[in-house]
Write a protein that binds this ligand. Structure first.
Ligand SMILES: Cc1cc2nc3c(=O)[nH]c(=O)nc-3n(C[C@H](O)[C@H](O)[C@H](O)COP(=O)(O)OP(=O)(O)OC[C@H]3O[C@@H](n4cnc5c(N)ncnc54)[C@H](O)[C@@H]3O)c2cc1C
Length: 596
């Protein structure tokens, strides 16, 4: 807590200095029209403790926690000293709720408990005055034009998924006094990461052979069209990433994988020295988010604050412009990390421009992932790389919204395994690559089929299997289940031999016998769980211009900058979280390493 207060005290001095200097200090090359914007009645972030007196004269502490434009919390040290449970304590709770809701101490005191609530209100008033509030936080609410809040930070991270959180955690590990702020435009933390199953890819061994094999495998899957330096760097760092995430590098066998697969490996069809690890103790992507958030100081993440522009001064990125429902912001920073996730919900923008083939696919990823970071970076001259791929997924009927289906086999309506379809000839968006063969041309007549072993895995916490267990009973029109392959073939009108052959050709399905099995088929739709392509980075996660030079002060990590790790094919489940955490860590380390 001392550390927090010290940081806040330092922050307060900087902040007041900035207020005195006004906007002159933050003129930008890219845009300086904020000079006309009114500043709002800002608070200096921190915890402020004042004393209040209860009904029987006993004193207690009132701690008010604020950030620039919000009263976050009001805590009473010993509620029993406030008054009786029925009157004094109830009135105090009601007053606190009113103040937090109205965001001003100028609310009415609670009738019937005037002594108690007057003292508590006076303590909150005093705390807010100490925090620098002059009007709207103390007077009754009034309509106020949206003004601009100026915030001074060391590192601003945009996005609170695995990449952004890893960047912030690593930056604090390198320099604990660094003032790191994460901006998250949604009201909830975690982006696509919180939706993820939680599989993380990594090299099996910590000797050079393991790294090399993983890198070779990725390069092979990218048909040579990935950046070998980046891929090798990721492969080498993958064990460190697993340790950083607190995952067991050698977990027990996964119920999803074939019985003969090495421990924790979900597939025997991938690189022999690589593992798709599933740590069921983590609680999937949401558990991963919680783990990382728990390692950050309170109030690091500002939810509901959307970054809109990068601020560039003298060729260097020096901050971020942002907005919330309530305020506009200028976050001054020594480094900015873009970790805004993918763009597969930007149907008419980036998807239409760079991945027209898939622009109508149904995204199962976080709905606000529309490529904001990519656009902000492009605007200031960052290079981007797009090759037309997506992180594909088998969705099920559109009417189910976000429901999806984890499947080992996708078959055409007649039961035949969906073939690998050639892409139309042509060049990729940057004109460099011929578009080579390589994607499933999935249509709405296809079925995703699974067996009950996959369903069993759901018991271990994977929410992705919802549709398999509920689909057949709730949606009989497009979900079918049978205790035999032949029965399933009849239900979906497929050829029994083709469907049997389809099962027999696919990894884990090979080992399935009909006895005791339940087979399920659901109508499939082309879908995605993320995009491929975005900001061009080097192995230090620095953002590059088209001429290969670095944009000073700017880093990017995660799905927003994954274009050079892949071609059009996704190498394997777990790649995104592993790459996001690895490059996020790298960005945080590099950015914090340059702070004085
Ligand atoms: C259902 C599902 C299952 C998956 N399972 C796996 C798996 O098991 N293993 C695996 O490796 N990958 C998996 N993936 C893919 C993986 O989850 C994502 O690729 C990865 O989490 C992306 O991380 P990120 O940090 O780059 O972006 P995200 O986690 O999407 O975070 C980006 C954040 O930035 C915020 N943001 C965007 N723009 C702004 C802005 N302007 N201002 C402020 N904030 C902004 C977004 O709201 C979002 O919260 C899965 C994806 C889905 C959808």
């Amino acid at each position: 807590m001392k550390e927090f207060q010290k940081t806040m005290a330092r922050f307060a001095v900087l902040f007041l200095g900035l207020l005195i200097l006004g906007f002159a200090a933050c003129s930008t090359d890219s845009d300086s029209d904020d000079n006309s914007a009114p500043t709002v009645d800002s608070l200096v972030p921190g915890e402020y403790v004042k004393t209040a007196t209860g009904f029987t004269g006993q004193s207690y502490d009132v701690t008010v926690t604020v950030i620039e434009d919000e009263i976050l919390d009001i805590e009473v040290s010993d509620i029993s000293k406030v008054g009786s449970e029925q009157v004094g304590q109830a009135a105090a709770s009601a007053l606190i709720e009113d103040i937090l809701k109205a965001q001003t101490a100028g609310v009415d005191i609670v009738g019937g408990a005037t002594i108690t609530t007057s003292s508590l209100k006076a303590a909150v008033d005093a705390a807010l005055v100490e925090a620098g509030a002059s009007s709207n936080f103390i007077s009754p609410p009034k309509t106020q034009a949206k003004g601009t809040v100026i915030v001074d930070a060391d590192i601003v991270v945009i996005g609170s998924g695995v990449a952004g959180l890893s960047a912030a955690v690593q930056a604090k590990a390198v320099k604990s006094t660094a003032n790191v702020i994460i901006l998250e435009k949604m009201e909830i933390i975690g982006g696509s990461t919180k939706l993820a199953a939680g599989v993380v890819y990594g090299a099996e061994t910590d000797d050079q052979t393991g790294y090399d094999e993983l890198a070779e495998f990725y390069m092979e899957r990218a048909q040579g069209y990935a950046d070998e330096n980046l891929v090798k760097y990721f492969a080498k760092e993958s064990i460190n990433t697993l340790n950083f995430l607190g995952m067991d590098p050698f977990p027990p066998p996964s119920p999803w994988g074939p019985p003969d697969a090495p421990n924790g490996n979900m597939s025997s069809g991938t690189a022999s020295a690589a593992r798709m690890r599933m740590d069921f103790t983590m609680g999937g992507g949401a558990g991963l988010v919680n783990r990382l958030v728990g390692r950050l100081p309170a109030n690091t993440i500002r939810t509901g604050v959307k970054a809109t522009d990068l601020i560039v001064t003298g060729g260097k990125v020096t901050g971020v412009k942002a907005e919330s429902k309530k305020s506009n912001y200028i976050f001054n920073a020594k480094a900015v990390v873009i970790a805004t996730g993918g763009f597969d919900s930007d149907f008419t923008g980036l998807m239409a421009t760079y991945n027209a083939d898939s622009k109508n696919d149904v995204p199962q990823s976080s709905s606000q992932n529309v490529g904001d970071g990519i656009k902000m970076a492009q605007k200031i001259g960052a290079a981007t790389v797009f090759k037309g791929g997506k992180i594909g997924w088998v969705g099920i009927d559109n009417s189910l919204g976000e429901a999806m289906h984890y499947s080992s086999v996708v078959v055409k309506q007649d039961g035949e395994v969906l073939p690998w379809a050639p892409r139309p000839a042509g060049k990729s968006s940057d004109g460099k690559f011929d578009l080579l063969p390589g994607y499933y041309e999935q249509s709405e007549d296809d079925y995703a089929v699974v067996h009950n072993r996959m369903v069993e895995a759901r018991k271990n916490g994977a929410t992705a299997f919802w549709a398999i267990t509920n689909g057949p009973s709730q949606y009989p029109d497009f979900a079918h289940t049978s205790d035999s392959i032949s029965g399933l073939a009849t239900l979906i009108g497929a050829d029994v031999d083709k469907l049997t052959a389809a099962f027999a050709t696919k990894g884990p399905m090979k080992t399935i016998t009909e006895t005791g099995s339940v087979f399920t088929a659901t109508k499939a739709i082309p879908s995605s769980i993320g995009s491929m392509g975005g900001i061009k980075i080097n192995t230090k996660a620095e953002v590059l211009k088209a001429d290969g030079t670095v944009i000073s002060g700017l880093y990017a990590a995660g799905e927003t900058a994954n274009g050079d790790f892949f071609y059009q094919e996704y190498p394997g489940s777990g790649s995104s979280l592993a790459i996001g955490a690895t490059m996020g860590r790298t960005a945080g380390k590099q950015a914090a390493g340059k702070l004085e």
